[in-house]
Write a protein that binds this ligand. Structure first.
Ligand code: NZQ
Ligand code: ZN
Length: 385
């Protein structure tokens, strides 16, 4: 196992009727920026429940943070946050609202020229407004990590940044909020959590027995409970299991002491930046290509995956690995998510554009072995055209 330091201070309130914890969590803050998305919380009652809990606070609302949160929109909230002297941000939504709120939190305190430099130039920052979250869509793990992914429309860029300063102070996870999600967003969440686990698991072995066993178990839970949620959207236990699995898939625990890949995500972000398709849809396209093209160097972990996640027990390991990759793509299809660029009307000519964008950004060495160059990205995408 590799050396590691693990730190995760996010307090989780999980289960039924957890909004009551807001009162205590916010007792030391006065001016609260309440951020949310494009309106789902007003339809499903979450907005009213939050407002009820905040009656003694000075609330400044900022709604309208859309999927793949945009720098241009978020900068308006930064202005408001500065003028209103806010001391806490309460983010109520999915990964996009939470990520957008993390950017706002860092940008309000940012002292340099343009807060975008925190993403494009990896500029360090040493303070941020504190945030808390109410999660409405299990998928990204943003509720229990310090990362965020922001899109800049003007330059068609989608970039990640992160810091322990952006880890929420608390996150409230009530599985019943999932009942109002469209099926497509449940499927997206299943795929996102699945691929987060794979990015930290299917690399090369370092004798990390806990992490390997834990990743395989988490993938089985995501497959089984995710399928149950789609069969009966009101199955509380299945929703609860899926919600907690998605959080656990990206809270730092799986990555501790093991190599990480993340090539599927970095390639996927370029596809969203250029063509606007959902984050999880990009992952469903790219992951089967990455696993097939990088099969040889990932073979030991792919075999572990075949045997421990898909219960494949055949003598020929090559056959087992091919079956596991096939079953993975088939699982994505069973969720109603397609896996080819052409399924989303993305032409073959897009492949060279995506490779050129990666090359321009110096993302030329992806993967756990830093050897996925633009030529290999091209091969991966051609296999999924
Ligand atoms: O905007 P509203 O009206 O709230 O609607 C949202 C949005 O349309 C809707 N929704 C959310 N909760 C709902 C609901 N509709 C009904 N009932 C509810 N309870 O769902 C739609 C999608 O929401 P979004 O937040 O965009 O989805 P998700 O949670 O999948 O987040 C995706 C974003 O997170 C980033 C992605 O790149 C993408 O920008 N990621 C963040 C990560 C992180 N911070 O660690 C890691 C991930 O790999 C990912 O990159
Ligand atoms: Zn993701």
């Amino acid at each position: 196992m590799e050396n590691f330091t693990f730190y995760n201070p996010v307090r989780i309130h999980f289960g039924k009727n957890q909004f009551v914890n807001l009162k205590d969590e916010l007792k030391n803050y006065k001016n609260i920026l309440f951020t949310y998305g494009k309106g789902s919380i007003k339809k499903n009652g979450i907005y009213d429940r939050v407002i009820d809990m905040l009656s003694d606070k000075n609330i400044i609302e900022f709604g309208g943070i859309g999927a793949n949160p945009e720098y241009e929109t978020l900068m308006r909230a930064v202005e408001i946050g500065k003028n209103e002297n806010i001391d806490f941000i309460l983010a109520v939504g999915g990964g996009s609202v939470i990520d957008g709120s993390k950017f706002i939190a860092a940008a309000i305190d940012y002292q340099g020229d343009d807060p975008w430099n925190m993403l494009s130039k990896y500029e360090k920052f040493d303070s941020a407004i504190k945030i808390g979250t109410i999660l409405t869509l299990p998928a990204t793990g943003s509720e229990m990590n310090g990362g965020a992914v922001i899109t800049r429309v003007s330059s068609k860029e989608k970039l990640a940044f992160g810091s322990h300063l952006l880890m929420p102070v608390f996150s409230i996870l009530e599985p019943e909020v999932m009942y109002s999600l469209p099926d497509r967003q449940i499927s997206n969440g299943i795929i996102d959590a699945f691929v987060h686990t794979i990015e930290q698991y299917i690399t090369y072995p370092v004798n990390a027995a806990v992490q390997d066993a834990y990743s395989a178990a988490l993938l089985k839970v995501i497959i089984n409970e995710g399928t149950k949620v789609l069969e009966n959207r009101l199955n509380y236990d299945a929703n609860a299991n899926l919600m907690w699995a998605a959080t656990m898939a990206l809270n730092g625990l799986l990555a501790a002491g093991v190599p990480e890949d993340w090539s599927t995500h970095i390639i996927g972000h370029e596809i969203t930046a250029l063509y606007g398709i959902d984050h999880a849809q990009t992952l469903a396209i790219v992951l089967p290509g990455v696993l097939s093209v990088m099969k040889e160097e990932k073979s030991e972990k792919l075999l572990h995956f075949a045997q421990n996640v898909w219960d494949i027990n055949v003598n020929d390991s090559n056959v087992a690995i091919d079956m596991a990759i096939y079953k993975t793509e088939d699982f994505f299809h069973s969720l109603g998510i397609k896996t080819r660029l052409s399924d989303y009307d993305i032409p073959k000519s897009a492949i060279s554009k995506i490779c050129a964008k990666l090359e321009n950004k110096n993302f030329i060495k992806l993967g756990e072995n830093k050897n996925i160059n633009p030529k290999i990205v091209e091969k991966i995408l051609i296999s999924q055209k």
